[in-house]
Design a protein around this ligand. Structure first.
Ligand code: CP
Length: 297
C-alpha cells in the first residue's frame, strides 16, 4: 500500500480536503473521544521553533491514543556534526509509523517522503508551505460561514510566508475571492498568479472592499536576509492593522505568533471582538487529529 502524506495542499483532492475538514469539525464537537486499540509511534521532528504546531500535534496524537516521540534536535547528534540525511536514516531505522516534520529548508518533507515512503505531515518547510495551518484555518472559516464563498484579505509578508502559500492554494481550489495586501518588498506577484490568476492585489489596508475575513501574517524576520529591521519598521508604518482598518467588521485571523504592533496593533489584539486567533489555535488540535487519521489509514 502507498504511504499517505500531506507535504503540500497539492497532495489533497477536493474530496480529501472536505473529508479531513469535516472529520476535524466532528472531533471538535465530540465529547467522548475513543482512543485507538492499535497505537502507532509518531515521531515529532521540529527543527525550527514552534509552540502551536508542535504542542497541538502532540496533543492530537495523544487524544487518538498514539505514542509520541518528540526528538530534541538541540540535544541530538546533529549537534555533534551528524548530517541531516544521516540523522533521518537513523531515526527511520527505528521504524516510526509516521513523521511530523518542520524544517527551515523548502521541500525537505517531500524529499524525505520520496526517499523513505513513510507517512508524513509537513508542519512547515521554510518559505514553502504549512498545509495543516491552512486546513485548520479553513475549518475555522467553515465553522462560521458553512459553505458560503467568502471574500478574504491576506495581508503581510506574503513572500516569505509558508502559511500564505498554503492558504492561497487551498482557498483558490475552493473558489473563494482572495485579496492580497502587501508592499512590493513582501510580494512575488508572478509566483502568486501562477497559483491563481484571479487574485486581487492591493497596496494598502485603506480602501479595501468589504471583506468577510482579514488574515494578517507574521513578518518572517528570520527569513529576510538583509535589513530585516528596516523592513519591519517600514511595514509597521504602513500596514499595522488598527481599529480604523476594521470599520467594516471583518473577522480577524492570524496564524501566530504575532509580532505585536508590527502586524497588528495591541489594542486590536486585546479588544477586537471578531478576532479568531485563539479559535485557530484550538482548532489546530482537532484538524491535526484528522490529518493523523488520514495518513495512518
Ligand atoms: N502557526 C504556527 O505555525 O505557529 P508555531 O510556529 O507556534 O507552531
Amino acid at each position: 500500500m502507498v504511504s499517505r502524506k500531506i507535504t503540500s495542499v497539492d497532495d489533497l483532492s477536493l474530496k480529501e480536503i472536505s473529508s479531513i475538514v469535516n472529520k476535524a469539525l466532528r472531533f471538535k464537537k465530540s465529547t467522548n473521544q475513543k482512543k485507538t486499540n492499535k497505537p502507532k509511534n509518531i515521531f515529532n521532528l521540529f527543527l525550527e521553533a514552534s509552540t502551536r504546531t508542535t504542542i497541538s500535534f502532540e496533543l492530537a496524537s495523544k487524544k487518538l491514543g498514539h505514542n509520541v516521540i518528540n526528538v530534541n534536535f538541540e540535544k541530538s547528534s546533529l549537534s555533534k556534526g551528524e548530517t541531516f540525511n544521516d540523522t533521518m536514516d537513523t531515526l527511520i531505522s527505528m521504524k516510526p509509523d509516521a513523521l511530523i516534520i518542520r524544517d527551515k529548508n523548502n521541500f525537505s518533507p517531500h524529499e524525505i517522503y520520496q526517499k523513505h515512503k513513510i507517512p508524513i505531515l509537513n508542519a512547515g518547510d521554510g518559505t514553502n508551505e504549512h498545509p495543516t495551518q491552512a486546513l485548520l484555518d479553513l475549518c475555522v472559516i467553515k465553522s462560521i460561514f458553512k459553505d458560503k464563498k467568502i471574500k478574504i484579505g491576506i495581508c503581510g509578508d506574503i513572500k516569505h510566508s509558508r502559511v500564505a502559500h498554503s492558504n492561497i492554494k487551498l482557498l483558490s481550489k475552493l473558489n473563494h475571492e482572495i485579496h492580497i495586501i502587501a508592499p512590493n518588498y513582501f510580494l512575488d506577484k508572478k509566483e502568486l498568479t501562477k497559483i491563481n490568476r484571479k487574485l486581487v492585489f492591493h497596496k494598502s489596508l485603506s480602501k479595501l472592499p468589504k471583506l468577510d475575513v482579514i488574515m494578517m501574517l507574521r513578518v518572517q524576520k528570520e527569513r529576510i536576509s538583509k535589513n530585516a529591521k528596516s523592513y519591519m519598521n517600514s511595514f509597521k508604518k504602513d500596514f499595522c492593522l488598527n481599529l480604523n482598518h476594521l470599520k467594516n467588521q471583518p473577522y480577524l485571523m492570524h496564524p501566530g505568533p504575532v509580532n505585536r504592533n508590527i502586524e497588528i496593533d495591541s489594542k486590536v489584539l486585546d479588544s477586537y471582538s471578531k478576532s479568531l486567533i485563539l479559535r485557530q489555535v484550538d482548532m489546530g488540535v482537532y484538524l491535526r487529529m484528522a490529518c493523523l487519521d488520514f495518513i495512518l489509514k
